[in-house]
Each structure stands twice: as C-alpha cells, then as structure tokens.
Design a protein. Sequence first.
Length: 268
Amino acid sequence: IRFGRILLTGAAGHLGREMRPRLKACCDRLRLSDLEPMAPATDGEEVIVADLADRAAVLALLEGVDAVVHLGGVSTEQSWERIAAANIHGAVNLYEAARRHGVRRIVFASSNHVTGFYRQDQVISPRDPVRPDGFYGLSKAFGEDLAQLYWDRFGLETVSVRIGSAFAAPKDRRMLATWMSFDDTERLFMAALTAPVVGHSIVYGLSDNATAWWDNTPARHLGYRPQDSSEVFRAEVEARQPVLDREDPAVIHQGGAFVRTGPFFEEA
Ligand code: NAI
Ligand code: 15L
C-alpha cells in the first residue's frame, strides 16, 4: 500500500527523526510537524511548526492528510500543566481535526507507562486494565480512550502502540524486556498503517525479546512480526548493571523508574 499524504507529528523528536525517512518511503507526501524546528523539507516533504495545544493550527495541519503517525507530545514524566497541554488538549485537537478532515487512520504513540504499575513477574496483554505509573502514563491512557471514542462514534481508526523502549540499544536491564529496535518500530508502524481492518486496536511495541512482560496475542491481526531481539545486548547490559536492588519499586514494576519519579515527589 502506498499512501498519499501522511502526517508525522513529533518529527523533531528522537523517534520522529528516525521514522522520517522510513515513512517518506511509503507515501507521496510526508507532512512533518513539531513545536521545535526540524530539518528543512526535501522533495515530497512539508515541514510545519505547530503547537498541538493550538486548536486552529492543528485544524490547518490535518488538511489533506490520509493517515497520521502521532508521535508528538510530552514523552516523559513532567509537570501536569505541560502534559495536559500536549497530551490531553493536543490529542483532542488532533482527533477533532482528523475527524473534520476525514482522516482514515491514526497510529498513536501510546506508552508502556499506561500499565507501568504491573509487576515484572506478570505477563499482561492489551486487554488487561490500565495501571498508569504517573501523569504521563495517565495522559497516554486518555489518548487511548479518546481513540476508542472516535472509533465508536465516528469510525476513525487507530492503532494505539504502547511503545516499550525504542532506542538504538537497551540502556539497562529493564530494557532487555521492553526494547524495540528502530527497524521493528518501522515494521510495527507499517503493520498498523496497512492492516485492512483495525477499529481501535492496542498493541505493545517491543522486539522479539527473550524476556517479555507483554503478550500481543490480541493484536495478532496486525500481522506484526518483530525481527530483532535485545538478547544480543544482554551480556554487555548485565555487566554494566551487575546488581539489582530488589526492594526498589523501579526494579519491581514494569514502568521502571517512572513509578517513583515525577511532580508528586518534587513537591514533597
Ligand atoms: P521526544 O520527546 O524525543 O519527541 C516528542 C516530540 O514531541 C518532541 O520533538 C517535542 O518537541 C514534540 N512536542 C512536545 N510537545 C508538543 C506540543 N505541544 N506540540 C507539538 N509538538 C510537541 O520523544 P520520542 O522518544 O521521540 O517519542 C515519540 C513518542 O513516542 C512520544 O509521544 C512518546 O510519548 C512515545 N513513546 C516513546 C518511547 C520511546 O522509547 N522512545 C516509549 C513510549 C512512548
Ligand atoms: C516512555 O514512554 C518514554 O517516552 C521513553 O523515553 C522511555 O523512557 C520509555 O517509555 C521506557 O519505558 O523505557
């Protein structure tokens, strides 16, 4: 499948920069947007600086768009005000603009922090109840509910990808379970964009890691087949982090350090 115009939000970010050339390869025009400056547009690209919290700007941004890969937003635990502006108001602005412009499908970068308070000895699936580990995870849970609402009421399809840790390599022992390579991220986004019927589907974003806490069976219809594994990094990662404090909530829970960081603690 080749797309007409895809909108990539969060294009100045870490994952956005990685996905830019990969998405460009599957569409005629790639519209790139972020709050921050981006590399200038090349052939077939459009670059638009916009704040997701700005309703009018987001309405204009979605004009002529066929599908969206929505990576834009606050990506860590920060003040509620910043999270609410980008991930709550920004998400509502995006979905409402997408509905008004007849966009068919959105791939939403949700996060494993939607279920960060499950323990690392539990294997969960997208059907288990959410257990956000902070305001950030809570805002992503809101984004998933928003996607469900826009599917149920308006037939706007979404794949919510609860990304684990999408980095060049796992940074610590936890990420041996949560890691998703950039190539697998591309495979998962492509599967989410092209699967014939998705409604609102939720899938965890991880590679074919030897240890994993997430069972993606309910999302098998997407046809995502990860090709990479964190196992090649295990020896090096375990040597770098030889001892784990088993009393530490960050070691016990799937969300890692997110379960004990954030504005709650800054105010204490
Ligand atoms: P990032 O923080 O590098 O990129 C996010 C981008 O969104 C930034 O360029 C930022 O300027 C932009 N942004 C923030 N607020 C905005 C606003 N109000 N209006 C317009 N743009 C705004 O994060 P990263 O790692 O690239 O992640 C991309 C997405 O994937 C994020 O939504 C993040 O929550 C999600 N995610 C990423 C994971 C990872 O391992 N990289 C794991 C789980 C989720
Ligand atoms: C996320 O949601 C963050 O955006 C990312 O920076 C990582 O920390 C990731 O989760 C993770 O859980 O490793």
